[in-house]
Write a protein that binds this ligand. Structure first.
Ligand SMILES: [Zn+2]
Length: 118
């Protein structure tokens, strides 16, 4: 039996309307879509816009809508561009900020960055 192509799976899911992501990031479906997309688009789209050549390892939803699984809505993306983009969109949600070079958390909501003396 012929397997559905990742593109066909993405198209099928793009018709769904749901509050949650229609394709779980940990599902086999997403992994296949991601692998197929990255094999066609091996370089980070956002880095290329700025003249850098960086291998992509993530597939980003260009319109930030995790439900829009149109193949044209995917962009190959490196980890740093993706976390920068996601941090801007998901501000206030669970964002992994990391630390600066002094070991101070970059998260403005972190205890160390929130003044308590007023
Ligand atoms: Zn990048």
């Amino acid at each position: 039996m012929r397997q559905h192509s990742p593109r066909a799976i993405a198209k099928k899911h793009s018709n769904y309307k749901a509050k949650e992501r229609t394709i779980s990031l940990h599902s086999g479906h997403w992994r296949r879509i991601r692998e197929a997309f990255l094999s066609q688009n091996p370089l980070c789209f956002y880095c290329q816009q700025e003249g850098r050549v960086t291998p992509a390892n993530t597939v980003d939803h260009f319109d930030n809508n995790g439900d829009n699984n149109d193949w044209n809505n995917y962009r190959a993306c490196c980890a740093s561009c993706h976390s920068r983009k996601t941090a801007g969109i998901d501000f206030g949600k669970r964002v992994s900020w990391g630390c600066d070079r002094y070991g101070i958390p970059l998260d403005p909501g972190h205890d160390w960055n929130v003044r308590k003396d007023h």
